[in-house]
Design a protein around this ligand. Structure first.
Ligand code: HEC
Length: 430
């Protein structure tokens, strides 16, 4: 896909705006929708919807499945096939029912159906979707989203919310756009993406060239040994016009994946960050007033290597005396908070974190102290357990769930506030 770059300028089509469907279908099929020829009020779609009477499941079974099975099934309908098995059956033959698999596949059903990994794949070892496959699949994905919206939210959280860009007057006087990544997750605080933006046509101000694209993993107030590495994969640039996304048809950064260490610099002298190769992307559909966003297939924290940043004696003492009892808060001999069965206990070890040592008097809490210090420095522990926070973490401290008070007298209420105060003090301890 990388090499497919549209060799045309939309400006040449005169007034055509985003009428990409009029261009060579072979070039763009599977990448962009049959975009409106003129700005159409988005509401239209709802009133003329033809799939109105079918459920999302029925749309998939009657329309999408037969269309994709013939073209894509050859490589995608086996668990171990030529390609990933998103079209494989969830039930044994002779039944063929890929619905449960395809609907839970990573990044297929998302808040922005146009950005679904299913329809943005384009040409690869397999073919790009035809326009009709694209339209049918997209209509189904939109329906899936609408049905899901009514009872759950499936956020496309790996996306920078659309932002405006500052154009540079010329190559020789660059203005750097800095886009903070904590808009995706507070754990990325301080990290940002930086680039220079120039109009492709400096006379008309149309089109957009992004260059010198770099990643800066920085964190204000980081301690000397802090290890906040960030991994990301396949950043995709997306233009937004009136709430409709237009992904980079060339997927210029497909195949780029890297782990970037805190303060890592690759570009020349220190302080210059890491280049996201090839560092440049051309989006010729850009017009003044459009915004931009970046979607990642993956962007996440890399777990630190144990022993790299151990707790100091002061940190360990504070952790042992003040924090540990919340984690192992117990009624009788049974853990009731974090270290409870199926959570961060010694068997389940969710997120590879075992908090059961906090239940044992005199246990060595050193490794746990180091592990949790990492998350505490990023605010992850309070975020996950805050009863008023929106984190999708199964355990939260509530007034009803006042388990931290079990060991103290008088009981602490509300629990979360005290827990948070202790975590903040611990963070400040050296
Ligand atoms: C000739 C075999 C072949 C055919 C036919 C084929 N693909 Fe693929 N596909 C692959 C291979 C191999 C990969 C894995 C490598 C990659 O991601 O490019 C893949 C990966 C994908 C992925 C990424 C899945 C993931 O989660 O990583 C999507 C989406 C996809 N194909 C869509 C399609 C669609 C839609 C069609 C039909 C229009 C199709 N493919 C037809 C071989 C094929």
């Amino acid at each position: 896909m990388k090499s497919v770059r549209p060799a045309f300028s939309l400006a040449a089509l005169g007034g055509g705006g985003l009428a990409l469907a009029t261009l060579s279908a072979g070039l763009l099929a599977g990448c962009l929708p049959d975009a409106p020829k003129a700005p159409t009020p988005p509401k239209m779609e709802e009133t003329i919807s033809i799939e109105g009477t079918l459920s999302a499941r029925q749309m998939f079974d009657t329309q999408v499945k037969p269309l994709l099975q013939s073209t894509c099934g050859a490589c995608h309908s086996l668990e171990v096939g030529v390609g990933p098995g998103f079209l494989r059956s969830a039930t044994p033959a002779p039944d063929y029912d890929p619905y449960p698999i395809i609907t839970t596949w990573n990044n297929f059903i998302v808040t922005e159906p146009e950005l679904s990994a299913l329809v943005t794949k384009g040409q690869h070892e397999g073919p790009a979707m035809t326009m009709s496959q694209y339209d049918t699949t997209l209509a189904w994905l939109k329906k899936e989203k609408r049905e899901r919206d009514s009872f759950t939210v499936t956020p496309f959280s790996l996306q920078l919310p659309p932002f405006g860009i500052t154009m540079s007057p010329s190559k020789t006087s660059p203005i750097y756009n800095k886009i903070p990544l904590d808009r995706i997750d507070p754990a990325f605080v301080g990290a940002y993406i930086q680039f220079v933006a120039l109009p492709l046509n400096s006379t008309t101000g149309t089109g957009l060239e992004i260059s010198d694209l770099r990643f800066f993993n920085r964190k204000p107030g980081a301690s000397a040994n802090e290890q906040r590495s960030i991994f990301f994969k396949n950043p995709l640039f997306v233009l937004w016009r009136a709430g409709v996304p237009y992904p980079d048809p060339a997927q210029s950064f497909f195949g780029f994946e890297r782990t970037i260490k805190l303060n890592q610099d690759d570009v020349g002298s220190p302080g210059n960050g890491v280049l996201i190769i090839p560092g440049i992307v051309v989006l010729d559909q850009y017009r003044t007033g459009y915004s931009l966003s970046i979607v990642f297939d993956k962007i996440e924290l890399v777990k630190p290597v144990l022993g790299g940043d151990p707790c100091t004696a002061g940190q360990l003492t504070y952790f042992t005396n003040n924090v540990a009892r919340y984690l192992g808060a117990k009624t009788g001999m049974t853990a009731a908070s974090c270290a409870q069965a199926t959570c961060h206990d010694t068997t389940s070890k969710v997120a590879e974190i075992d908090m059961s040592p906090t239940l044992m008097t005199g246990a060595n809490l050193g490794p746990l102290c180091e592990q949790l210090k990492f998350y505490n420095n990023l605010g992850v522990i309070t975020k996950n357990t805050d009863p008023n926070g929106g984190a999708s973490h199964p355990f939260k401290w509530t007034t009803a769930n006042n388990r931290c008070g079990v060991l103290s007298s008088p009981p602490e209420n509300p629990c979360f506030d005290n827990f948070k105060t202790k975590l903040d003090t611990w963070k400040a301890t050296q």
